[in-house]
Design a protein around this ligand. Structure first.
Ligand SMILES: NC(=O)c1ccc[n+]([C@@H]2O[C@H](COP(=O)([O-])OP(=O)(O)OC[C@H]3O[C@@H](n4cnc5c(N)ncnc54)[C@H](O)[C@@H]3O)[C@@H](O)[C@H]2O)c1
Length: 269
């Protein structure tokens, strides 16, 4: 058995789905290292999460955990291996080991056909959405494997309905998310004998700032316009995605590995 509390690293933690995951895990007794770039990306025309948002999430998560030190902020870029390695090392040093890694950091760009997207935007989408998950796996899986057996390590990623649907004007995003699904399936097989599972969730349209940017890219009136595409007739809340990620991080998902779970209000049907 790993010592309590169970410990997770969550990327993309300043806002949206990553922030909701930090809050949910903290409520459930996890220690969490909450990592975010906490700055804009010069390649992208919309603001990313801020340092103030990250600080606010960490404070709120500490309150919900009833223990302020249970959740710590870590500012860094998921594209940088040494930085992600340092985040994992900090989590291990503070809490004695790593039990789960959640790759939620993501960005979006497009709005024009693939061949017209500025290359630096295409690179950002691929390097954060797929490269960042690979980088987290490279840093976190060895830490998950450092736990003494019997292990119950969890590697988790946020894919997207875009992993399986061909969304016009979002080609690099679709490619990156399909890559995440493929990565999770391969990691699941590589890790199966070692007591570590790998799973992903595929959210549908969820009310977060990335969806506001998607609406702008499609020249819509706002993110709410995506609600009609989902059979449930509304946008998802970030907490609804986080609830499934927290389940996947916990002991009751032990029979699942290599799964890419739609949390999409029926969007993929
Ligand atoms: N919101 C949706 O409708 C939706 C649907 C499907 C999938 N997703 C995926 O969910 C995940 C979370 O997105 P969200 O909806 O919370 O969007 P969001 O924009 O609210 O949050 C993304 C977070 O990732 C952080 N981030 C971006 N680049 C980073 C980097 N290089 N290093 C570290 N952190 C970085 C941002 O600062 C931000 O805080 C993403 O992978 C996204 O692709 C979202």
């Amino acid at each position: 058995m790993s010592p309590e509390p169970r410990c997770a690293v969550v990327t993309g933690a300043a806002r949206g789905i990553g922030a909701a995951t930090v809050l949910t895990l903290a409520e459930q007794g996890w220690a969490v290292l909450a990592m975010d770039l906490a700055a804009g990306d010069p390649a992208l025309p919309y603001p990313l999460g801020s340092a103030a948002e990250l600080t606010g999430v960490v404070a709120e998560a500490g309150r919900r955990a009833g223990r302020p030190g249970r959740v710590r902020a870590f500012i860094g870029d998921v594209r940088d291996h040494d930085t992600v390695l340092a985040a994992v090392a900090e989590a291990e040093q503070h809490w004695g080991g790593l039990d789960a890694a959640v790759a939620a950091a993501g960005v979006i760009a497009g709005g024009v056909p693939q061949w017209e997207v500025p290359i630096d935007q295409e690179r950002a989408v691929l390097d954060v959405n797929l490269g960042g998950v690979l980088t987290l796996a490279r840093a976190a899986v060895p830490a998950l494997l450092r736990r003494e057996p019997p292990r119950h390590g969890r590697f988790l990623a946020v894919a997207s309905a875009a992993a399986t649907r061909g969304l016009p004007l979002l080609a690099a995003y679709c490619a990156a998310k399909a890559g995440v699904a493929g990565l999770i399936r391969a990691l699941a097989v590589e890790l199966a004998a070692h007591g570590v599972t790998a799973n992903a969730v595929s959210p549908g349209s969820t009310a977060t700032p990335i969806l506001d940017e998607s609406a702008r890219l499609y020249d819509l009136g706002g993110a709410g316009d995506f609600a009609a595409q989902q059979p449930i007739g509304r946008l998802l809340r970030a907490g609804e995605i986080a609830a499934v990620l927290a389940f996947l991080a916990g002991p009751h998902s032990s029979g699942m590995t290599g799964a890419v779970v739609p949390v999409d209000g029926g969007l993929a049907l």
